[in-house]
Design a protein around this ligand. Structure first.
Ligand code: ATP
Ligand code: MG
Length: 512
C-alpha cells in the first residue's frame, strides 16, 4: 500500500499551501516596452522583426517619433501602419511597442475643438486639457444594455423629419453621388441640435482640406461649435489616420453616451474610409476580395455602426445616433460598399443628382429613402401629418409618370397632381435653415388640408415663410399645444384650422 495517494497527502497539502502563498503574492509586471527592428518600410506601412508580446492595435513608436499601429502579427514579423510621416524610418531602425492600444482623449473639454484622428488638436488653440482617454476600439453595447429607439432626434430639415424621421440611437445612412448635398444635410443636422441638447461629433475622412475648413467655419459662424467636436483625417493625411478616424470619433461619442448624454455622430464619408483601409490592406499584403477590398471590410463597418444605439435607463439612458455618409458612382446603390452599409443601417436617405440639379434641395428621392425605426420615434402629431404626405407623394410620383402620356386627366387626378407639386415645393429648404417641429406640423397640415390648393407653385415658399412668421407672432398657443400635447387631438386640429383660416384671410390675401 506504499503507493496510496494518502501517504503523500501531507506533503501535497504543504506544496499546495506554498503554491497558494506564492500566487497570493504574485504580481504581474509586464515588460514596460518591447523593442523591435524595422525590416522594410513602404508608403504608410512597415514590417518589424523582433517585437514580442505585441497586441493587435498596439501603438508603436519609430525613430522619427512617428507613431504606428500593429495590425498583422505573424511568427516572423509584425506588419504595422504608420500614423505620421515615414521620413526618417529606416531599415534596421528601432521600433518601440508602447504597451497600449490606440486611444484618444475624451470628455467635455473636447467640445469646440478640431483634432486629428489621434485626438491631437489642429486648430491652433493649444493642448486639450482632458485627463481622460479611451481606446478607440470597444465592443458595442449588448442587447440587454439597450433600450428601443423611440425618441425623435429632430434635424430641423423638413424633408428628413417628415419623410425619413430619425430616432435617438438610430443609424441613418446618407447616400448619393458627388455633390448632391450629403455633407450639407449632415452638417445642418448638427447646426440644428442647439435647441435639443445633443452633443455632436463630425468626422471628416478623406475630404479636401477646403471642405473641412468650410464645415468648421459654418459650425463656428452659427455657434454650433460649442456642442461639437470635429475630427479630421483629410485626403492628404496618412491612410492610417483616415482608417482610425471614425473609431476615434466613436470613442468620443461613447464617452458622452455612457455619461447619459444624447450624441450625434457623422462619418463623412465611409466610402473614403473603405478606400483607406483597402490601401493599407493591400500594402500589408492581405488577400484582396471583391472590388479588391479586404475580406473584413464589412465586419469593420458593422462593428463601427453597432456601437451606435440607445442605452437603457440603468445605464444612464444616453444615446449615439450615427449618420454615416456613402458616396455612390452614377447612382449605383448595388455596388459593394453601398450594399454593405445599407444592410447594417436602419434606413437611408438617398440624394439624387437629377433632383439636385432640377432645384429640389435637399435632393431626397422620397421613393428610395426609408427610415426603418424612425416612425416609432416621430412625435404622434408629426406621424399623423407625415403619413398623409408620404401617401400623397407616392401617388404624385405615380400619376406624374402616367400624365406624361398626355391622356385626359379627370378632376381627381388633377387635384392629386396639384397637391403633389405643392408638396415637392414644401419639401425644399435652403441650406443652414431650421424648422421647429411644431412649425413643420403646421405647414404639412396646411398642405394636406387643401390650404395650398390655390397658391401658385412659385408662391409656395412665400406662403410657408409668412405662415411660420404668423404662427410665431400670433399663435404661440397653438404652437405650444402642438409641441406639448404631441398629439393631434380634434381640438388641436380645430385650433390649427382656425389659425390657418385667419392667416389666409388677414395675411395671405392682403400681402403686398
Ligand atoms: P461631395 O460629394 O463633394 O462631398 P456633397 O454631396 O457632400 O458633395 P455638399 O458639399 O453638401 O455635397 O453640397 C454641394 C453644394 O450644394 C454646396 O455648394 C452646397 O452649398 C450646395 N447645397 C447643398 N444643399 C443645399 C440646399 N439645401 N440648398 C442650397 N444649396 C445646397
Ligand atoms: Mg461632402
Amino acid at each position: 500500500m506504499s503507493d496510496s495517494p494518502h501517504e503523500y497527502a501531507p506533503e501535497l497539502a504543504r506544496a499546495l499551501q506554498e503554491f497558494r502563498e506564492e500566487i497570493a503574492h504574485f504580481e504581474y509586471t509586464p515588460e514596460p516596452v518591447s523593442m523591435g527592428t524595422v525590416m522594410d518600410v513602404g508608403e504608410s506601412i512597415v514590417h518589424v522583426s523582433g517585437l514580442r508580446q505585441v497586441m493587435v492595435g498596439e501603438i508603436l513608436r519609430f525613430d522619427n517619433d512617428s507613431l504606428g499601429m500593429a495590425l498583422n502579427l505573424t511568427t516572423e514579423s509584425v506588419g504595422a501602419i504608420i500614423m505620421g510621416s515615414n521620413e526618417g524610418i529606416v531599415r534596421g531602425g528601432n521600433v518601440q511597442a508602447l504597451g497600449y492600444v490606440a486611444s484618444v482623449p475624451v470628455g467635455e473639454q473636447m467640445l469646440g475643438r478640431v483634432v486629428d484622428a489621434l485626438g491631437r488638436p489642429v486648430d491652433g488653440k493649444g493642448p486639450v486639457s482632458t485627463a481622460r482617454v479611451r481606446p478607440i476600439e470597444r465592443p458595442a453595447p449588448g442587447i440587454i444594455e439597450r433600450a428601443p429607439v423611440d425618441q425623435p432626434l429632430t434635424t430641423g430639415i423638413k424633408a428628413v423629419d417628415a419623410l425619413v424621421p430619425i430616432g435617438r440611437g438610430q443609424r441613418q445612412l446618407i447616400i448619393g453621388d458627388r455633390q448632391t448635398g450629403k455633407t450639407t444635410m449632415a452638417v445642418d443636422a448638427i447646426l440644428n441640435q442647439r435647441p435639443n441638447d445633443v452633443l455632436c461629433i463630425y468626422v471628416a475622412i478623406g475630404q479636401k482640406l477646403s471642405s473641412v475648413a468650410q464645415v468648421v467655419n459654418e459650425l463656428q459662424r452659427s455657434g454650433a461649435m460649442q456642442h461639437t467636436v470635429v475630427i479630421t483625417a483629410e485626403a492628404s493625411a496618412p491612410a492610417a489616420l483616415q482608417y482610425i478616424a471614425p473609431y476615434a470619433g466613436c470613442a468620443m461619442a461613447e464617452e458622452f453616451m455612457q455619461g447619459g448624454r444624447d450624441t450625434l455622430i457623422v462619418y463623412d464619408d465611409l466610402t473614403k474610409h473603405a478606400w483607406a483601409y483597402r490601401q493599407l490592406s493591400l500594402l500589408l499584403r492581405r488577400p484582396p476580395g471583391r472590388e479588391a477590398y479586404p475580406g473584413d471590410i464589412f465586419y469593420l463597418h458593422a462593428r463601427l455602426l453597432e456601437r451606435a444605439g440607445r442605452l437603457d435607463d440603468l445605464r444612464g439612458g444616453g444615446s449615439m445616433t450615427a449618420l454615416p455618409i456613402v458616396e455612390t458612382q452614377l447612382g449605383d446603390l448595388a455596388a459593394y460598399i453601398p450594399t454593405n452599409i445599407i444592410s447594417i443601417t436602419d434606413g437611408q436617405i438617398y440624394l439624387e443628382t437629377e433632383l439636385f440639379h432640377s432645384g429640389v434641395r435637399p435632393a431626397i428621392n422620397a421613393g428610395l429613402s426609408v427610415s426603418r425605426v424612425g416612425g416609432a420615434a416621430q412625435s404622434p402629431a408629426m406621424r399623423q401629418v407625415a403619413g398623409q404626405i408620404r401617401l400623397d407623394m407616392a401617388q404624385y410620383r405615380e400619376l406624374q409618370a402616367f400624365s406624361q402620356f398626355g391622356t385626359d386627366l379627370d378632376a381627381a387626378t388633377q387635384t392629386a397632381l396639384n397637391r403633389g407639386a405643392r408638396l415637392v415645393e414644401l419639401i425644399k429648404q435652403p441650406q443652414h435653415t431650421y424648422f421647429a417641429p411644431e412649425d413643420q406640423v403646421a405647414i404639412f397640415f396646411a398642405a394636406t388640408h387643401g390650404y395650398l390648393q390655390d397658391v401658385a407653385i412659385d408662391d409656395v415658399s412665400e406662403f410657408e415663410s409668412l405662415l411660420v412668421q404668423y404662427l410665431n407672432r400670433e399663435r404661440q398657443s397653438v404652437r405650444n399645444a402642438i409641441a406639448f400635447e404631441r398629439r393631434m387631438t380634434p381640438e388641436l386640429e380645430q385650433a390649427l384650422s382656425l389659425a390657418l383660416n385667419d392667416f389666409q384671410r388677414t395675411i395671405w390675401e392682403n400681402r403686398g
